[in-house]
Ligand binder design. Structure first.
Ligand SMILES: [Zn+2]
Length: 371
């Protein structure tokens, strides 16, 4: 009896609401965090109706480049097969985004097959809701990484009165969480899962400092330190807050890779061997490129795989067009080869017939065809 009463009461209300609920909002579905959906104050309903035929197992919600007060803080994801009866599949309270343009990844608590989904969301104080993107996935995007061990992060701004330091805090609300988030993202590109023997980084000192430069990493696992220049922050922010975010994350991917990467064996060290150096800096820029944080229009034919940084990094990232795991496999050769070389690494990843010259030449042909 109770159930019957409820459905009689609910159907007309929801059927009526359905016509006005914003549906498949382009700004939320375009995978572009600079386009913002601006809702209303209080609780907002957003409908995702694209005839899903497998259960949504996880989803991501992205904060915008606007004020944290407009971020979603409390939300419920509901599913339905008829647009009338809605079932709660996931619910979150008091969520805080650690920065602007940042994702929160949620694994759905009660996955079930539904045709459409409604996200009901409100800000912490019922201000106007603003969201950058929503991604619903039929995969568990956390799979293999549930047990990732985060390092302890100590953030310090040595020159808090600089313009760069102030802008940094407009972008990043919680620096410790922001750095931790990126440690896992770097590990996801370098390794297959937490079952791999991931370099044990236990502590990261992350420092903002007023100096003429970009960023640098010091120390070695388990304790590393990274400094990031407030002058570079100020310069990067001139174009936009998003440009600053793009640059800050990109630099962080590169420096954190140095914390998490294996070092090639049997060929000396960073200071005395060019192959060692090119491998280390090439992989760091490959990880940044794989994260989508380089302007790929700077990628041009020419140079050599021994040039390090972008020249090597873009090449290694291009290898993922042949094998999606190419960066992970290439990185693993630093552990597998007793005397590391580019050619030896390419042979492990692509077979004994492959060679560094052959692969590089093919890459050059590809770049020329893109000109
Ligand atoms: Zn580097």
């Amino acid at each position: 009896m109770k159930k019957l009463f409820l459905s009689i009461l609910l159907i007309p209300i929801l059927a009526c609401q359905n016509q006005t609920i914003p549906t498949n909002i382009p700004e939320l579905l375009d995978n572009n965090p600079t386009t913002t959906y601006t809702g209303s104050t209080g609780n907002n309903q957003l409908l995702f109706d694209v005839s899903y035929n497998t259960p949504v197992l996880s989803y991501k919600i992205y904060s915008t480049g606007e004020l944290p007060a407009n971020d979603p803080a409390n939300w419920t994801l509901k599913g339905s097969n008829d647009g009338k009866e809605w079932t709660i599949v996931d619910e979150r309270k008091d969520q805080l985004f650690c920065s602007r343009y940042q994702e929160i990844l949620c694994v759905v608590q009660n996955p079930e097959k539904f045709k459409q989904y409604i996200l009901e969301a409100a800000t912490i104080n019922n201000d106007t809701l603003k969201i950058a993107d929503v991604i619903l996935s039929d995969k568990n995007m956390k799979a293999g990484w549930e047990n990732f061990k985060y390092p302890k992060v100590n953030f310090k701004s040595l020159d808090p009165d600089t313009e760069g330091s102030k802008i940094y805090h407009e972008l990043v609300q919680n620096p410790d969480e922001y750095v931790k988030y990126h440690t896992q993202k770097v590990a996801e590109i370098l390794y297959f899962s937490t079952a791999d023997s991931i370099v044990d980084v236990q502590q990261i000192d992350y420092t903002l400092k007023d100096y003429d430069g970009v960023s640098a990493k010091g120390g070695g696992s388990p304790n590393i330190n990274i400094v990031y220049s407030t002058q570079h922050i100020e310069k990067s922010a001139k174009e936009s807050l998003y440009k600053l975010d793009f640059e800050t994350r990109g630099v962080l991917y590169h420096e954190l890779t140095h914390g998490y990467q294996y070092e090639p064996k049997g060929i000396g060290n960073y200071g005395n061997n060019k192959t060692f150096w090119a491998c280390i800096e090439g992989i760091a820029d490959a990880v940044r490129a794989e994260a989508g944080l380089f302007d790929m229009s700077t990628r041009k034919p020419g140079g050599n795989w021994m040039d390090g940084y972008r020249t090597t990094g873009f090449f290694l990232q291009w290898l993922t067009t042949k094998d999606p795991d190419a960066i992970r496999k290439f990185h693993r050769t630093a552990k597998e080869l007793d005397v590391w070389s580019f050619d030896g690494a390419i042979k492990i990843v692509f077979g004994p017939e492959a060679s560094i010259e052959g692969m590089w030449n093919e890459y050059q042909e590809y770049l020329k065809s893109q000109q």
